[in-house]
Design a protein around this ligand. Structure first.
Ligand code: E4P
Length: 220
């Protein structure tokens, strides 16, 4: 499964990229607004940090303007994936942009039938939101499983991007379900490293090593 960072924060992206395991970035209007720079400027800076798919979202709500915005976003950098919401206009814009060879990430997906529409429109990525469904007492991971099954049944090429992941178990279950991509906040990526037995084991290895090779003055 590809790992994307779900942030527009440059410090988080630099840190994540330095680990060599980040395949791409997802942003949305809320995440871009949090950083306080114009969309195009922020997205260019992100493209300089991470070499992979970088999703940048349109903010228009009518298909015609979404297409104009999408074409402009796609021109910023070769790695830009245009993000469009799963509305009637968003799907119409997705179909038009896909015909022009523009890669579209259809976002705000909450049902498997919405995902079917995105695939039929030629979306490059579908983004089902796991955490936001869990928040309203609906199992978000069931949606990932359903979409993966439907796409497999018909051989759709659209990649399933498990979004709105809130903790490491969401990441694990997305991978088990067969999601192509998991996007997560920096905090969740950082949590994936942790296990107390890793820390305990390393501590013991270093103590044993020091006892023989440092306290005795011997060298390895
Ligand atoms: C994905 O592309 C979305 O930006 C994101 O995963 C939403 O996550 P949230 O529900 O934690 O805001």
């Amino acid at each position: 499964m590809k790992i994307f960072l779900d942030t527009a924060n440059l410090d988080e992206l630099r840190k994540g990229a330095s680990w060599g395991i980040v395949d791409g970035v997802t942003t949305n209007p809320s995440l871009i607004a949090k950083e306080g720079r114009p969309l195009e400027e922020q997205v260019r800076m992100i493209c300089d940090i991470v070499d992979g798919d970088i999703s940048a979202e349109v903010v228009a709500t009518d298909a015609k303007t979404m297409i104009v915005e999408g074409l402009a976003l796609a021109k910023i950098h070769k790695n830009i994936v245009v993000k469009a919401p799963l509305t009637r206009d968003g799907i119409q814009a997705t179909a038009a942009l896909a015909k022009e060879g523009i890669r579209v990430n259809v976002t705000l997906c909450f049902t498997a039938t919405q995902a079917l529409l995105a695939a039929k429109a030629g979306a490059y990525i579908i983004s089902p939101f796991v955490g936001r469904l869990d928040d309203i007492s609906t199992n978000g991971m069931d949606l990932i499983r359903s979409i993966c099954t439907i796409y497999k049944n018909y051989g759709y090429k659209t990649q399933v991007l498990a979004a709105s992941l809130r903790h490491p178990i969401h990441v694990q279950e997305s991978a088990l379900a067969g999601a192509h991509i998991g996007t997560m906040p920096f905090k969740v990526l950082d949590q994936l490293f942790n296990h107390p037995l890793t820390d305990k084991g390393l501590d013991q290895f270093l103590k044993d090593w020091a006892k023989v090779f440092q306290e005795s003055g011997a060298t390895r």
